[in-house]
Design a protein. Structure first.
Lengths: 336, 205
């Protein structure tokens, strides 16, 4: 574009040189996403193998939990994800339908692929939930009776129902995340965990962790942890406090991504449960925290966090208690 | 020999499983490496992706061998260059590839060490295309924030205030970063162009 710069050419010897240059070409977005996704898998394998070697001696065996309280339907999948895939399906429960955005709802078909792409509309039936993992690792979960149009890597449109976004611990600012467009405004992710719900008169945006910005009718409002913004179709915004745990968030646990425990310590695991339930993890003693850090886990878990906590910790010398906004962890009485 | 502590730290965090380190590793290097390969496989984005993907995968698998003796991006370029050689061997139509000035070992060494002579004005001698290409090479050889800031300022035309906002810095800090970026650019660009300028001068005399 070569607009004038702050310094005139006379004062800045680089300006004439750059006047002959164009912006550097960017790689195609689909290529970038595909390579990122593949590299991330490579990195995860590398890091997992390394951590497994470190924790192997301390590993607690028999922490493999595959059962789940909801039916996880795994219809025949189409094998290789395409280069243009936006996200991978990591959990699916109940009936999910899809159609291209350009096609009418009557042409929706059962979702059977492993990945989803830009230009697809996803609809969850009654009693159905969907968990997606985007190429950067972001988790997106769709509530029952919801419809979401995937517009691209940077945007999705929530047509009905609720969507939950979790970009991962510590990945807040700067992490690329799609904005959620709704009939009452645009929700932009500035933090890590939030939920957008839609109804005929507007939207509500609840923040569990980090910050979220809602832009409606030319006005922007930001909500922080434990806040909920209610925005109507006229762009009026109301704010209230909401708990970061409990009923409002419960459905998001239905399609929680499967957790690979290999290489994780019990400390990592209880903090995962803390994030997924919006609760603070508290150790009742330094010894308990130390033991949690030294206790390695193996296997994988596909359960709701509260149930997973019960089953996993019972294989160790630790126990827990959930009390409102906290998960209290202590050494099991009588353990050596 | 300088040790690139920032890059070493990034690799350490990467090996520790830090998600932010992975994002930084990818975001700071993928686009630059892509352009590095694309300029050597012109008009072939598909092969470029294949080569870059392979190079970055190999780099990750061998990341423990990175000792910080060169910039991480330079280390990645070495791996990518080897991938390009393998690729051209497998694909005969590309055997006669162009050799770029920055591929000359002498120039490479200078660029990598940033120990470059003063810049020379290339506008009188180079075609616009070559100027653009070398500007891009120089921008990609700089720390990513420097390259981005210069591109935003001179090519996109952003104000210092806008650059500060994009980098989440104060205007004063952005101004300071731009000054460092300009200095770095002059050194790298000078190193890239000096040998060719010398050659032109030699032909004139």
């Amino acid at each position: 574009m070569n607009r004038p710069t702050d310094d005139g050419p006379a004062r800045d010897p680089l300006a004439p040189l750059f006047r002959h240059a164009n912006a550097r070409p960017s790689p195609p977005e689909a290529d970038e996403q595909a390579v990122r996704s593949l590299l991330r898998a490579e990195w995860k394998a590398l890091v997992g193998a390394r951590r497994k070697r470190r924790l192997g001696v301390l590993a607690v065996a028999a922490s493999v939990v595959l059962a789940t309280s909801i039916v996880v339907l795994q219809p025949a999948r189409e094998p290789a994800p395409s280069a243009a895939a936006l996200a991978t399906i990591v959990r699916q429960s109940g009936l999910i339908y899809t159609r291209p955005v350009t096609h009418p709802p009557s042409e929706a078909r059962r979702l059977v692929s492993d990945t989803v792409s830009a230009g697809q509309v996803l609809r969850t039936a009654d009693g159905a939930w969907l968990g997606l993992e985007w190429s950067g690792g972001l988790s997106m979960r769709l509530d029952q009776n919801s419809e979401l149009a995937l517009l691209g890597a940077d945007a999705a449109e929530l047509v009905s129902g609720s969507v939950y976004i979790d970009s991962g611990a510590g990945n807040g600012l700067g992490q690329s995340a799609p904005e959620i467009r709704t009939h009452a405004g645009v929700v932009r992710h500035l933090g890590t965990q939030y939920l957008t719900a839609i109804d005929p008169v507007g939207i509500s945006v609840s923040v569990r962790e980090g910050r979220v910005q809602v832009e409606a009718q030319g006005v922007a409002a930001t909500a922080g942890q434990g806040e909920q913004l209610i925005v109507n179709l006229q762009g009026q915004v109301a704010r209230r406090f909401v708990p970061t745990h409990g009923k409002l968030w419960a459905w998001t646990e239905q399609v929680i991504p499967k957790l690979d425990l290999d290489g994780m310590s019990a400390w990592d695991f209880v903090h995962w449960a803390g994030r997924e339930t919006g609760r603070l993890v508290v150790f009742d003693s330094e010894a308990a925290e130390r033991l949690a850090r030294q206790t390695g886990l193996r296997g994988e878990v596909s359960l709701e966090p509260s149930r997973a906590l019960e089953l996993i910790l019972q294989t160790s010398d630790l126990e827990h208690q959930i009390a409102n906004s906290e998960i209290l962890v202590r050494i099991r009485p009588g353990s050596s | 020999m300088p040790i690139y502590l920032d890059d070493k730290q990034l690799v350490k965090q990467l090996l520790a499983g830090d998600e932010r380190a992975f994002s930084r590793f990818f975001e700071e290097n993928f686009s630059r490496l892509y352009r590095f390969a694309l300029s050597r496989l012109p008009e072939d984005p598909e092969s470029t992706r294949e080569v870059v993907q392979s190079a970055m995968t190999k780099a990750l698998r061998n990341i423990r061998s990175y000792r910080g003796e060169s910039a991480l991006f330079t280390w990645l370029c070495v791996i990518c260059r080897n991938e390009l050689v393998d690729w051209t061997r497998r694909n005969a139509r590309y055997r006669e590839t162009l050799v770029f000035t920055e591929d000359d070992p002498g120039i490479r060494e200078v660029v990598e060490s940033l120990d470059a002579p003063d810049s020379a004005d290339p506008l009188k001698r180079y075609t616009r295309h070559e100027v653009t290409r070398l500007v891009h090479v120089a921008l990609d050889r700089m720390p990513p924030r420097y390259g981005d800031a210069l591109e935003w300022k001179y090519i996109e035309g952003y104000s210092v205030k806008e650059i500060a906002q994009r980098l989440q810095l104060s205007p004063e800090a952005a101004q300071s970063l731009l000054a460092r970026a300009k200095h770095s650019f002059r050194e790298i660009y000078g190193a890239l162009t000096q040998p060719l300028m010398d050659e032109i001068k030699a032909q004139e005399t």
